[in-house]
Design a protein around this ligand. Structure first.
Ligand code: DUC
Ligand code: ZN
Ligand code: ZN
Length: 470
């Protein structure tokens, strides 16, 4: 009988802090030995010339989320996790959207039922809180947090989802008391409504106007306000999908005042601009997401935030709709005005190849920062560390082997999500994940699927330990 289930040999291992050459031995789903010349694996992989990295964790992914009447998200748990897997991820964190008037636990069970037996990666949910009644904040939420659903998202925009400041404060206070982590979508809804009405009245209804009506000022103001509210409550927060330098600077200033803030940015803010929303024949709808992509200067500012550590998380905000589909971007109502175009773009499979190619290969960040921003910091922020997010003895054997020499041009036809386009079609990228191991099982070997639907499991998360919940 073999001593190990799997040995990965001759690769260059990189964690968030170190890079070293060593073999990795895996047994019963965990890393059990690291060292030179390990052998005795029932299965062995030669990773000579490759990077051996912790599997990616994408902590911002939308799957099967109700998105309005007649609109259907392009991914279910099967296609979404398969796409994530081929993009180098071993864990994703989708959102469970609270339904007003339905107990949170019931909605959560529904998401679990949809995910059960379908996943190719591990999964852990965040809760979107859009109806923070006394019962929700007083009983339901604390009980769910104690059961391992330890992160929440709140919105400052969208009429159906937005919380007013009083509700945000009460929700943050629950997070302070319980050790939960709150993610905030920062855009000022009243200012957006004002601009939408003005532009629609003037007959400006094309996709590009989506960006015009969500300018940097609405994001900067809401970011400042969210940070101030968290400071009042004295609780850490995550500012998600930051798109520009002005919002980024709000985070820096809050940190210099002593606040604990985690900043997240996404590939669309490095690679796209508002000009992409100008596409002919409504093609700009393919790039409609919130906050919208900005301009070249904002892209450079986001890169600077990655380089200097203001951003600790790099997530996809994968929120996929099909383009050429009446249930997607080209919904009949969406053709009449930008305001009805479903909001979000696909990207779970291209997130890490984009940061690897544009960041590591172009010398903007080193491989350790790549690991931190795509895996380790997600596990630390959302209570999955150290089981996930690193390569260490005792950790889950979730590993992605990357070939830094592999060059590919992004073609949606080669991707695995349920959408019918990629916003990055034609982009040439160097460095791709080629072999993926989940809990010790080889899921993808040299680009070929070897794992099965249902190999991915649900993972509960721990609460934050700082500051000590009361
Ligand atoms: N916010 C997200 O986080 N994702 C998609 C759309 C949105 O507004
Ligand atoms: Zn959001
Ligand atoms: Zn999102």
């Amino acid at each position: 009988m073999s001593q190990f289930d799997l040995v990965i040999k001759n690769g260059v291992v990189a964690t968030a802090s170190d890079t070293f050459k060593c073999d990795i031995a895996i047994r019963d789903g965990k890393i059990v030995q690291m060292g030179d010349n390990l052998s005795g694996g029932a299965q062995e992989i030669d990773a000579e010339g490759k990077y051996v990295l912790p599997g990616g964790i994408d902590s911002h992914v939308h799957i099967s989320q109700p998105s309005g009447e007649g609109i259907v998200m392009a991914d279910d748990f099967e296609s979404g996790t398969l796409s994530a897997l081929f993009g180098g991820n071993t864990t994703i964190m989708p959102f469970c959207l609270q339904e007003k008037g339905t107990p949170l636990r019931e909605t959560l069970k529904d998401y679990h039922d949809q995910a059960e037996g379908k996943c190719y990666t591990d999964v852990s949910f965040h809760l979107i809180i859009c109806d923070p009644t006394n019962a929700v904040l007083g009983q339901d939420l604390p009980a769910l947090i104690a059961d391992g659903y330890t992160s929440l998202k709140v919105f400052m925009t969208y009429q159906d989802l937005r919380l007013d400041d009083a509700s945000i404060l009460r929700t943050l206070d629950v997070a302070r008391d319980t050790g939960a982590t709150v993610m905030v979508h920062c855009e000022n809804e009243d200012a957006i409504r004002f601009l939408i009405e003005k532009h629609e009245k003037a007959g400006d209804v094309a996709p590009r106007v989506h960006a015009t009506t969500r300018p940097v000022a609405v994001e900067r103001e809401a970011t400042h306000r969210a940070l101030a509210l968290a400071e009042v409550v004295d609780v850490p927060i995550v500012i998600v999908h930051v798109s520009n330098g002005e919002a980024r600077d709000e985070i820096s200033r809050a940190r210099s005042r002593g606040s604990k803030v985690v900043g997240e940015t996404c590939p669309q803010y490095l690679m796209l601009t508002a000009d992409d929303l100008d596409g002919m024949d409504w093609e700009g709808a393919k790039f409609v997401c919130s906050p919208p992509p900005r301009d070249k200067a904002a892209q450079a500012d986001c890169w600077r935030g990655i380089e200097n550590g203001v951003f600790e998380l790099f997530s996809s905000d994968h929120c996929p709709f099909r383009y050429d589909d009446p249930q997607g971007k080209l919904t009949p109502k969406g053709r009449t005005s930008f305001r009805h175009i479903p909001n979000g773009i696909p990207g779970v499979e291209t997130r890490m190849p984009i940061l690897f190619s544009e960041g590591v290969m172009k010398g903007r960040i080193d491989i350790n920062r790549f690991v931190a921003m795509t895996s380790t910091n997600h596990a630390k922020t959302y209570g999955l560390y150290p089981q996930k997010g690193t390569i260490a003895i005792g950790a889950d054997a979730d590993i992605a082997i990357w070939d830094p020499a592999e060059k590919r041009t992004v073609r949606h036809a080669d991707l695995h999500d349920g959408s019918d386009y990629s916003p990055y079609e034609g982009l040439e990228l160097t460095g791709w994940p080629t072999t993926i191991v989940l809990g010790g099982k080889v899921m993808v070997r040299d680009g070929t699927l070897t794992g099965e639907k249902g190999d991915g499991r649900y993972r509960h998360a721990s609460t934050r330990s700082f500051p000590a919940p009361v």
